[in-house]
Design a protein around this ligand. Structure first.
Ligand SMILES: CC(C)(COP(=O)(O)OP(=O)(O)OC[C@H]1O[C@@H](n2cnc3c(N)ncnc32)[C@H](O)[C@@H]1OP(=O)(O)O)[C@@H](O)C(=O)NCCC(=O)NCCS
Length: 162
């Protein structure tokens, strides 16, 4: 199966979403997506979303199709990585993927890949050359996605009720 330069499959006639920076008007749609598909155990509030936007607006991207927000990603620069870790990772600056979600009916069209690749391009413009993230163990699709994009699993997060 061939891919065009955007990563969208050529053999299927999916309309390509626009990937652009988050705007305040997107807040309701982004909040709804967060509530529907929250990973881990907490959902960002409206205040969290506006806070994320004001702290690092370049790293907050949405996928828009037919005037509808069908996915978003929010990244962050990790500023407190110890020098020893940077040396071991051969990293200059580290960024993280904090939240990534695509509306269910629009999945498997390459939208998360488009969002992440755009985020990584913006990271690169800021000198970020290494990316980390955590994903819930039950999000099998997310693990497959990150494997495909070349992420290496470095650990597991464990929990037990006492
Ligand atoms: C994970 C998620 C963001 C993927 O979005 P998406 O737009 O469907 O991802 P893409 O279309 O870019 O997928 C790219 C590749 O990842 C893999 N992949 C994605 N979802 C998959 C799934 N459910 N099962 C298996 N592989 C999957 C495939 O290799 C896929 O390529 P292919 O479709 O050519 O086989 C989406 O399923 C989602 O929002 N899940 C709920 C929230 C979540 O898990 N967020 C990430 C937490 S860190």
């Amino acid at each position: 199966m061939s891919l065009n330069t955007t990563g969208i499959r050529c053999s299927e006639s999916f309309v390509q979403p626009t990937i652009r920076r988050y705007k305040k008007d997107d807040g309701v749609a982004v909040l709804q997506l967060s509530e529907k598909y929250a990973s881990w155990d907490s959902t960002p509030t409206e205040a969290d979303i506006q806070g994320l936007h004001s702290s690092e607006p370049d790293f907050f991207l949405v996928a828009e199709l037919d005037k509808r927000i069908v996915g978003f990603v929010y990244g962050h620069e990790s500023r407190n990585v110890p020098d020893e870790v940077l040396r071991r990772w051969k990293a200059t600056k580290v960024g993280s993927v904090e939240i990534l979600t695509v509306e269910e009916e629009y999945r498997r069209r390459g939208i998360a890949t488009l969002l992440l690749n755009r985020l990584f391009a913006v990271f690169g413009e800021r000198g970020i050359d290494t990316v980390t993230l955590s994903a819930p163990a039950d999000e099998i699709g997310a693990k497959e996605l990150y494997d495909k994009l070349g992420f290496e699993t470095r650990g597991y997060f464990l929990k037990k009720k006492l």
